[in-house]
Ligand binder design. Structure first.
Ligand code: S3P
Length: 436
């Protein structure tokens, strides 16, 4: 567990070393859900043992899935219920995780029992109508009981759902996946159209678990044919590129750095952070690429001579949505004005990430302009250390600790326990890479 406050100062010698970032969060949630419904046992390796994904795994155990420990916490045998789940005895705690709650809603709505999901203060203020609406049109009965309209806790009266075609109003992999997971349990063909390509882990895992799924050539239309029971098959979760992104940026902004990150997921719907950082002049080399269900490889990043500003393109936004806070930090060290627009979705993440990034960048002396759908950052002004909150948001905490590694004086982030929702061991990696 990360301590509550973390303080860093300039990494004068640069960041140096080789680390393996923890397993991918998006993939871990999906493996737990599909494996819990599936038939038979599977070895799961490198599962992300962060609070978010542990909550999802516990929820699946409540539905009757069995977890047999392996040689380390991240490796275990998951035995599914063969689509004969039991009603959860207690309300399901989703903690901080929008992904866990939204994906499980798709499944729970389609199972023959009542369930209730709740989360922490941040999750209880995030929009759930985006999944309730399409699931309701499939016949699901979900009530948002939160103080804030349309928000968790969610009460679900499960039952038979019918297939639909759904046009996603926003580029959201969670909404897409909630509908596809319900579709997997419905009789017939459920299809979605997304306005832009979003992470495709659900589609790739459908293939892994033998679930018939078709994707159009442009990647925007996806269909699943139900009802179907996942066939459990061993899987290794690659490292999370969203966690790797902190070190990609840190090593690009701190002179003298050279960091290697092993076995990082390189799914093309998740790798725009690499494309955009390279466009800014980052020195990133990828080796040992292994293709397969989810491609992965080793990434080496060395501090470049300088970084230059860029404009993040609209189709790139969903592909690096979780990396925008740390990308904004890189932009503060780049020559010129970096434009990040078309990213209003950031306002409904674990915090309002436009407001929290802009506020914290300003606290460190950066020049940044806020827009309803993003920000423009003019780099070059040296940053100074500051004491900041992360607003319960793991990615805000880690992003501004990275900024502190190339700022004058000390940078302290309060409430860093949120880091444990996605990156257990972060502080150990921080210390090992900065102690040269
Ligand atoms: C996720 C999708 C994204 C992302 C989140 C994980 C997923 O959210 O921000 O961290 O695993 O499907 P949206 O679907 O809301 O864009």
């Amino acid at each position: 567990m990360s301590s509550n406050s973390i303080t860093v100062s300039r990494a004068a010698q640069g960041l140096r070393g080789t680390i393996t970032v923890p397993g991918d969060k998006s993939i871990s949630h999906r493996v737990a859900i599909l494996g819990a419904l599936g038939t038979g046992s599977m070895q799961v390796r490198n599962y992300l043992c962060s609070e978010d994904c542990i909550n999802t795994l516990r929820a699946m155990q409540q539905l009757g899935a069995e977890v047999t420990p392996g040689d380390c916490e991240q490796n275990f045998t998951l035995t599914g219920t063969g689509m004969q789940p039991t009603a959860p005895a207690r309300d399901i705690d989703c903690g901080n995780s929008g992904t866990g709650m939204r994906l499980m809603a798709g499944v729970l709505a389609s199972l023959p029992f009542r369930s209730r999901m709740f989360g922490d203060a941040s999750l209880s203020s995030r929009p759930m109508k985006r999944i309730i609406d399409p699931l309701a049109s499939m016949g699901a009965r979900i009530t948002a009981c939160g103080e804030k309209p349309g928000c968790a806790p969610l009460e679900i009266e499960g039952g038979t759902v019918s297939p639909i075609h759904y046009d996603l109003p926003m580029a959201s992999a969670q909404v897409k996946s909630a509908v596809l997971l319900a579709g997997m349990l419905a009789e017939g063909r459920t299809s979605v159209h997304q306005p832009a390509i979003t992470r495709d882990h659900t589609e790739r895992l459908f293939e892994h678990f033998g679930i018939p799924c078709t994707v159009s050539e442009d990647g925007l239309d996806i269909a699943v044919e139900g009802p179907v029971v996942p066939q459990n098959k061993d899987i290794t979760v690659p490292g999370d590129i969203s966690s790797a992104a902190f070190w990609l940026v840190a090593a690009s902004i701190v002179p003298g750095s050279e960091v290697t990150l092993l076995n990082v997921g390189l799914n093309p719907t998740r790798d725009a952070i690499i494309t955009v950082l390279r466009r800014m002049g980052a020195d990133i080399t990828i080796t040992n690429i292994t293709e397969g269900g989810e491609p992965y490889g080793d990434i080496t990043v060395r501090a470049p001579q300088k970084l230059v500003a860029t404009e993040v393109l609209k189709p790139e936004i969903p592909n690096l949505i979780d990396e925008i806070p740390v990308l904004a930090v890189a932009a503060a060290f780049a020559e010129g004005t970096t434009r990040i627009r078309n990213a209003a979705e950031l306002r409904v993440k674990e915090s309002d990430r436009i407001a929290t990034v802009v506020g914290n960048l300003r606290a460190m002396g950066a020049n940044v302009e806020e827009f309803p759908d993003g920000m423009e950052i003019t780099g070059g002004a040296p940053l100074h250390g500051a004491t900041m909150d992360c607003y319960g948001d793991h990615r805000i905490a880690m992003s501004f600790l990275m900024a502190g590694l190339n700022a004058d004086g000390e940078t302290t982030l309060h409430n860093c326990h949120s880091i444990n929702t996605s990156y257990p061991g972060f502080e150990t990696h921080l210390r090992s890479l900065t102690q040269g």
